[in-house]
Design a protein around this ligand. Structure first.
Ligand code: SUO
Ligand code: CP
Length: 312
């Protein structure tokens, strides 16, 4: 594999889940594969899990890692072609990506959306600039529109915890105080569409995700109805896609509670706002998978890095 930027880069999700489970059983099996290879991790936004689990994955493969908080520590990077750089940006992505490519064998990038400029976000300005101007493989650590390391992790976690051949999986919108990206939800939708699951999305009116992603997945505006007989409930807030980046609703009636979730397993990518997105009673119950999910981030990342290293 060259780049990993989308769930669509996974040719056979069940084969990948099986391979990830084998990596989890014996994480150091390929500890020589990445010898003398360097992974560079560039963060334009905050992270806890992605930053640590992707480094852990690289270490398990014998790689070296170098990490930078680009927004805070690097020179301001210009992404527009042909711009007259007499403002706040000090170097162009053309130089920056080419230079970093000389230090790293693989570059992983986190760059969230503006949530203001839909066109810029949809064309993945930052991620695609790295793909264009770097000379090494690029791994998406959450871009404007997708978070495929998370989506792969979620697929692995659902496979590990399924007691039925075809479980019912519900992705529910949940309230939040801030306007959040669509990336986690988009990649979860794409991962579930590749799996043999009974999958529904539930969200308030005005919060439908990009129809080019949801395609023919059912969207139900009644959360209670959607939760009926659910085996897995995956909660996530996202801002409106149609009224791009807007918060239309904040009230608690869409919060996941012990009363509305029933016996379903609870999933969330984290970080999660307690008693806003989901109540304590759910997160603190045995039905919460969030810690196991975060653990699986290492093995998802390790699988992706292994596939890229094998083709270097
Ligand atoms: N990488 C996982 C989620 C990252 C981000 N969440 C956030 O920004 C939450 C921030 C807060 O709760 O203040 C998102 O939704 O895409
Ligand atoms: N789930 C996730 O990507 O977490 P971080 O934002 O902490 O990396």
């Amino acid at each position: 594999m060259k780049h990993y930027t989308s769930i669509q880069d996974i040719p056979d999700i069940y084969a990948w889940i099986d391979e990830a489970k084998k990596i989890k059983e014996n994480p150091l099996k390929n500890k020589k594969l990445g010898k003398h290879k360097t992974l560079g991790l560039l963060f334009f936004n905050s992270s806890l899990r992605t930053r640590l689990s992707t480094q852990k994955a690289a270490l398990n493969l014998g790689m070296h890692t170098i990490v930078m908080n680009v927004s805070e520590d690097a020179w301001g990077i210009e992404f527009e072609d042909g711009s007259i750089m007499n403002g706040t940006t000090a170097e162009h992505i053309k130089e920056a990506a080419a230079v970093v490519s000389q230090y790293c064998d693989i570059i992983a990038v986190r760059a969230f959306p503006t949530l203001k400029d839909k066109e810029k976000d949809e064309r993945e300005q930052v991620l695609n600039a790295f793909i264009k101007h770097a000379s090494v493989p690029i791994v998406n650590m959450e871009s404007a529109t997708s978070h495929p390391l998370q989506g792969l992790t979620d697929a692995i976690t659902i496979a590990e915890n399924s007691t039925k051949k075809r479980p019912k999986v519900v992705l529910t919108w949940a309230p939040h105080v801030k306007a959040l990206p669509h990336a986690v939800a988009n990649s979860f939708v794409e991962a579930m569409q590749k799996m043999d699951v009974d999958f529904v999305i539930t969200n308030p009116e005005g919060y439908n995700l990009n129809p080019n992603i949801t395609k023919d997945t059912p969207i139900i505006h009644n959360q209670k109805e959607a939760f009926k007989n659910a085996d897995f409930v995956y909660a996530k807030n996202w801002s409106s896609y149609d009224s791009y980046g807007q918060i239309l609703k904040k009230d608690a009636d869409w919060m996941v509670t012990k009363a509305n979730i029933g016996n379903a397993k609870f999933m969330h990518c984290l970080p999660v706002r307690r008693n806003v997105v989901v109540e304590d009673a759910v997160l603190d119950s045995e039905n919460s998978l969030v810690i196991q999910q975060a653990n699986n981030r290492t093995f998802a990342a390790q699988l992706v890095l292994k596939k890229i290293l094998e083709d270097l």
